[in-house]
Design a protein around this ligand. Sequence first.
Ligand SMILES: [Zn+2]
Length: 103
Amino acid sequence: MTSHVTPLSGAAAPAVLGGMTPRTLPQTVPPARPTPTVGAARSRAHGPTAALWHAVELHRPTSEVDGACELTLCGSLARVAVGESWPPASRDVCPACLVLTAR
Ligand SMILES: [Zn+2]
């Protein structure tokens, strides 16, 4: 006679608690947009409006924007003067651009 004893080996393994998947932490995104350099640009005189110095955001190297007409912060067009820094020392500075760059 052969008593076939099946060993009771099927001990229920403890359920694996939902495979610990390493959670990818949100990476701190470095500032993609560097603070644009603000340069000075000289607008042309329009009738009663005298030529003023405006502020322009320089997204390109100054060698590329020298003398180029750029949209100023206040919304007008002015010719970039790379040699001039913002705010210019002169008094004929666009008040709107001054306010916009004061932030
Ligand atoms: Zn302006």
